[in-house]
Each structure stands twice: as C-alpha cells, then as structure tokens.
Write a protein that binds this ligand. Sequence first.
Ligand SMILES: [Mn+2]
Length: 371
Amino acid sequence: MPRWRRTTRSSPAGSAGERGTHVTRTVSQEAPAPEIAEEDWQRAVEAVRATPSDAEVLLACHVNPDGDALGSMLGTALGLRRLGFTRLRASFPGQTDLPEPFLSLPGLDLLVPEPDAPADPPLVLSFDAASIERLGGLGAQLKAAEASVVLDHHASSTRFGSINLVDPGAAATSVVADELLTRLGVVLDAEIAECLYVALATDTGSFRFSSTTPDVHRLAARLIATGIPIGEVSRRLFDTRPYGAVKLFGEVLCRATLEPAEAGGLGLAWTYATLADLERYDQRPHVLEALIDSVRCVAEADVACLVKQVRPTEWSVSLRSKGGVDVSRVAVALGGGGHRNAAGFTAHGTVGDVVAAVRAQLPGARISTVT
Ligand SMILES: [Mn+2]
C-alpha cells in the first residue's frame, strides 16, 4: 500500500514538471531571435583576431562566481592563450577567495583581483553575467573597450556588449564559449575541457536538469574525450564537503519544516541557516550553496525554501520547485528573480517574516495543470 501511494503522489508532480518545462520552451521559441546570429559570431571572431597578441585582454565574470561563470571564463582564457595572447587577465568583482571545488581549476594563474585587472584593455569578454552591474567595477573596462563580447545564456540578458553572444536556449555559458573557441580554431585540450566541463556539469545539475539535451551530452563527450579526470572532477564538484559542513547540514536539515497544505496542497518544505551556525562549525557561506538540494528532495513538497542569514536582519532566500509552482513569480514579487524551477531573493526581518512572505505568494504562483 505505501508503495502504491508513493507512486500516485510522485506521478502528477513529475508530469507537471515536464509540462512546465515545455511551456518555457514554447515561449522562448516565440520570442524574437533567441539564438545567436551568424553575423554576431563573425563579429566576435573578428574582434579577437583584430586584437594584437601582445595587447591586454580582460575576461570577466559575475560576482560570487559559480562553476559556469569561472569555468567558461577560464576555459576561454586558456583557449586564447593557445592562440598566442600573452597579456590575458581574468577577474570578477568582490570577494576573491574561491570555493574549494574551484581551487584546482586549470587557468587560475590568469586570475587577478578586481583592483589588479588591466585598466584599459582594448578587448573585454564577459561570462555568465546577465547585466553589467553583475561585473561590479569591471563594467568600466567593458564600457571603455574597443570591443566587448558578452557570452551568456540568461534570457534576461541586457546585451550590454558591443557584440552579444547570448543564447537563452544554451544549458550553460560554456556551450557558447565552446562554439566561440571552435570558430577561433582552438583545439580542445584537457585543461580547457576541464574548465568547460565544470561549467556544463554545474549548470545542468550534473546532467540532471531538463536543460540536458542531446547536444549537452555530445559536448560533454567531446570534453571527456580529451582525457579529463572525470571521477575526480565530479567528486570535487558535487561530493566533497568539509566535516564541519556535513555537521552543519545535519543540524539545518534537522530543523526543516514540512507544510503539506501550503501552495494549494502541493506542499512547502523550508529551513534556515544562521551566521551563528556557520560560526559554530567554522564554515564559509558558500558551503550552503548545496544545501537547497537536500531540502528540494523532500517528496511531500513541491516547493523548497532555504533562508540563509547574510547579516543580522538580512537573508538570502533560495527557492526551488518541482514544477507545480513558478518560483520565479514568488521571487520577483519579493524583489528577486530567477527561473521557473529555481529562483531567489533578498529579504529582511526575522525567519518567520521571510517564510510568511513566501507562503503568501505561493497560491498566486501555482502553475495551472488543467488539461
Ligand atoms: Mn550559467
């Protein structure tokens, strides 16, 4: 009996998720020119080729870089190095110490803190940043550059470069980076491939999200064929965390709350992590990035919510949906943004206030499953 009940419960949620994905795709197909025009590819290639190999080139990615931002940026930087560029610098704004999973990425020798980035490079390339604000102070170099190439896959991209390689249908920015490197005649090697693979694996949730198309697997196959240590890379990226973080996760998950009646009966699971939790286990905030995945797997809830304290009364809120609720609507209503199944916002007040605000938005964010 429990087996039968589980089956009926998970089946409608799953099909709603598929439907949700399909709707997204239909919308993006109807939007004008979602793909990158041939002319833009050519202009990007010409911009790189027109830059002398001893000129300064700045590659920049968004603040608090994730695997896609860093991987696509460093993979492209290494590709440009193979082409003979000698004064390459990669950078991102803000906090410069990287999360552990990225500490052995190839190409890190090209990375400099924002203040040390070249002041007036003729060529700037931007990675995974949907708006120039996400580049912090490096946006000034991009604006002043003779040529600026924006590589991205956010539908919300403001296309702030002089050349924009933005493909909202791409699973990761590294898909765009790979195409540019191919067009520049760069031959993939294991170092470039590892960077692009980390980017691709990160943004597809290790090839689990619905963005994982046959083309994504074909790209992954080409990358793996260069001989990258795939087991080691995956373990570092997804299956390694400090002992203190494991204990911290345990404590935070222990206080998770399930509210089956919320979201019109689809269910809400939520928990929170405080600065005191981080301090108690001597952990840095980035270790909490993976925590939402453990909340998201609660079978009885369509919506998962993780409230992370960033200042005494300021919280960073992560939302996930299995497809019954459009959590980007919840996030946008509360001042944030994101995608249908993954979104976030910044909140103030107490944890109770924050969760109450989320609860209040859930009914209006339900996706109709009427057929
Ligand atoms: Mn990305």
